[in-house]
Design a protein around this ligand. Structure first.
Ligand SMILES: NC(=O)c1ccc[n+]([C@@H]2O[C@H](COP(=O)([O-])OP(=O)(O)OC[C@H]3O[C@@H](n4cnc5c(N)ncnc54)[C@H](OP(=O)(O)O)[C@@H]3O)[C@@H](O)[C@H]2O)c1
Length: 264
């Protein structure tokens, strides 16, 4: 089914990067989209750039604020929109050492990358179970598999996301619900510009690794191919995925490599 006609897909973090690329590619395959993020203007631009813009809905939501999630969900209920596929894509990374990172930054990273995905998943799941079909996609990271310096809160949140989704998959597979975890390496988006420093301000720099990475469009195509095949897990990216191999074959070597990573 390279065709998503008639499917309603809710994408978080749809205002830029991987989420926007997914929106364009899924709309081109016939999906009706619910596009969420904080920036109403950027969401509207994405909606207008999608095929058949009138069929898609922008739903502004701040994932660090449970009340905002609740309001968005209530709006969907008023519109009687059933969600066939939820893509928990929104996320925010970090560029700060443990000692520099304020507790409120840790809390924010956990809300955006993990707890909000739990909340949204719990909201859409009863409907999917009732229909005996559905898909939950979680955009995690290689940092959900292992960790590097200056990512303590981000890696912790993505590890939590991985654990939650792995557990969920075991519970709902027999009921016809598929759970896909996407763990990219580097993708060329604004993710490093939007990364948080220890005091909560933006890093605001394009990291060299992101600048030469695979495109958001290429990542989105890999996600869609995996959704179609009903896969459990994929790892879009480039040669940095060697870290995954090391993690499996020689975790001690990977830990040694990570201790050598330069911290500016
Ligand atoms: N790019 C990479 O190299 C890479 C690698 C591994 C994993 N990932 C993961 O890929 C996902 C997408 O990131 P990206 O690379 O596309 O980066 P991005 O361009 O910075 O996109 C992040 C998205 O998340 C949304 N978002 C951030 N905070 C939010 C909040 N509080 N409430 C609601 N939405 C929020 C942003 O929208 P607003 O600012 O409008 O709210 C934006 O649409 C993330 O989960 C990220 O961790 C990316």
């Amino acid at each position: 089914m390279n065709d998503f006609t008639g499917k309603t897909i809710w994408i978080t973090g749809a205002s830029s990067g991987i989420g926007a690329a997914l929106a364009h590619a899924l709309a081109a395959r016939g999906a009706r989209l619910i596009l969420s993020a904080r920036s109403a203007d950027k969401l509207e631009t994405v909606r207008q750039g999608c095929r058949r813009p009138d069929e898609h809905l922008c739903l502004v939501m701040d994932l660090v604020d449970p009340a905002s999630i609740e309001t968005a969900w209530n709006r969907l209920q008023e519109l009687s929109r059933k969600v066939d596929i939820l893509i928990n894509n929104a996320g925010m990374t970090q560029r700060a050492l443990v000692l520099e990172t304020r507790m409120e930054v840790y809390r924010l990273l956990l809300e955006v990358n993990f707890l909000s995905a739990v909340d949204l998943t719990k909201k859409v799941l009863p409907g999917m179970l009732e229909r005996g079909a559905g898909q939950i996609v979680a955009v995690s990271s290689l940092m959900g598999k292992f960790s590097s310096p200056q990512r303590s809160g981000y890696a912790a949140a993505k590890h939590a996301l991985q654990g939650f989704m792995d557990s969920l998959r075991t519970e709902v597979h027999a009921a016809g619900i598929r759970v896909l975890i996407v763990s990219p390496g580097f993708v060329n988006t604004d993710v490093s510009r939007n990364a948080l420093r220890g005091d909560g301000t933006l890093h605001n720099k394009m990291d060299p690794a992101q600048a030469v990475a695979i495109s958001a469009e290429s990542c989105a195509e890999q996600v869609i191919a995996a959704m179609i095949k009903g896969r459990d897990e994929i790892f879009p990216g480039g040669k940095e995925r060697i870290g995954l191999l090391l993690h499996r074959l020689s975790p001690a070597l990977l830990r040694w490599v990570m201790r050598k990573v330069r911290v500016d």
